[in-house]
Design a protein around this ligand. Sequence first.
Ligand code: ADP
Length: 478
Amino acid sequence: MKSDSYKKIKKPQSINFALLKHFLLLAFFLIVFVEVIFFLVVGNIIEARAKERLTHVGREVAVFVGGKNEIAISNFLRGFREEGINVYVLSGDGKVLLPVADDADEDFGREIDGIKKRLENVGFGGSVIFSDKNNLKYATEIGYNGGAFLFATYSLKIINGAKNVLLVYFVVLGVVVLLVSMLIAFGISQKLSSGVKNLSATAVRFSKGDYNVNFTNSEYQELADLSDTLNSVRDEVKKSDCFKRELLANVSHDLKTPLTMIKAYASMIREISGDNPEKRDKHLQVIIDEADRLTGLVNDVLSVSKVNSHLDELNFKVFNLTEFLYGIINKFEYLQETQGYKIMVDVGANLYTRADEEKIGQVIYNLLGNAVNYTGEDKTVYISLKSNLSGDRITLKIRDTGKGIAKNELPEIWDRYYRVNETHTRPVKGTGLGLNIVKVILKNHSFDFGAESEVGKGSTFWIDFPSVSSEIEVEQTK
Ligand code: ADP
C-alpha cells in the first residue's frame, strides 16, 4: 500500500480559534521579548552607571584624604551616604580607621583578605571593583597613616528593588496586552467568520436550488472577489438549468409533432392511399420530410453535447471555402423548396482558406440557421463571400431582414444560453448555444468576427478568414 494512504487528514480549524491562537502567541512572544531585552539592557546600564559612580567616588576620596585631618575626612566620607555609598578607610587588619566615632565598631576583618588578594593583581595605585549579592564594592590602597585601604560599598538593594517594581509593572502590562489582543482577535475573527458564514449559508440555499440568492460581502477584498465568483457561478448554473429545461421541453415538443405526423401518414397510406400512387407518393414525401426534421433535431442535440468538449482541438487544413460554403447552403435547400425561403448568394469563385474545416462548417451552419430563423416576412437571407482588395482576407457576410437585435443585447448574444425572449415559431429550433459555439471556435482560430444589426431592418454576421493561395493546397495534398 502507498505510504501516503496513511497520511493523517488534518482537521480544519475554525477561523476564530486560529486567529485567537496566533494573536496570543504573537502577543506572548512580544511581551517576553520586550521584557528580556529591557531587563538585560536596563539592568546592565544601571549597574554600569553604579560602577562608574563608585569608581569616581573612590578616586575623589583618595585625592581628598591626603593632608586632611580625621574629622574633615570623616565628614567628607559621610557626605556620600545619602546616595547610598558607604566609604571607609580600613587598616591592614580590616578595622575602620575613618570615618571616626560612629562607625568605629564596624569591622571588615573577614573582607580584608579578599580585598588584599584582589589588589595584589593590580599593584599599588590600582583599584578593583567587584560585587556580591547585595553590594557593589570598590577598593584601593592609599598612603593614609602609613598604608591603609579605601573601601567603598554601594548597595544593590535599590537597583534590585527598582527592578522588582518594574517586573510587577511588566507582568500587569503583559496581562493587559494579552487581554487586549484577545479582544482584537475575537473582534476580527467574528467579523471575518461571520462574512464566511453568511456566504456559506447563502451557498447552502443555492445548493438546494434557490437561484435567486445573492452572494454579498464588501468588507474584505478577498471575500468580495469570492462573492463575485459565486454570483457568476450562480448565473451560469441558472442559465444551464434553464437551458436544460428548455432544451428538454423543445426537444420533446419537436419530437412529438413529426412522430405524430409520421404515424398519421403511415396509417393513412395503409388504410386509404395505398392503392393511389399519386396520393401515396405525396404522403410518403411527408413521412420523409418529417423524418428529415427528426434527424436534424437529433443532430443538433448531439452537436451541442459534442461541441462542448473538443472545441479547442483544431485540425487546420487548407480548403476551398467557396465550395464548402455551397455545400452548407445546399443543406438548407429543403427550406427553400418546402417553406419558400430564399437564399441569395454572392460568392467569389475558388477562395481558399486555412482553418479547421469541420468546426468552420459548424460556425457557418449556426449562423445560416440563425439567419433563416430570424429573417423577416420576405423569408430572404443574403450570403456574400468576398476577397478584400489586397487579397489577404476573405470576408463572409450572412445577412437577414428580420427584426434585428437591440444595441444593448448585441454584445450578449455571444454568451452561453443567451436568448432574446421571443415567442414566434421558427423553422429551426434554437438552444441559445449556437452563437457561443461560434464565438469559441472563431476565437480559437484567432479570426475576426462580429455582428451588426439595426432594429426592424435585420442583422449581418461577418467573419474574416485568412486568404490562402490554392497552390499551397495542391502542394499539401500531393
Ligand atoms: P438560438 O439557438 O436561440 O438561436 P444562438 O446562440 O444562436 O441561440 O443565438 C442567441 C440569441 O441571439 C438568439 O436567441 C436570438 O435572440 C439572437 N439572435 C441570433 N441571431 C440572430 C439574428 N440573425 N437576428 C436576430 N436575433 C438573433
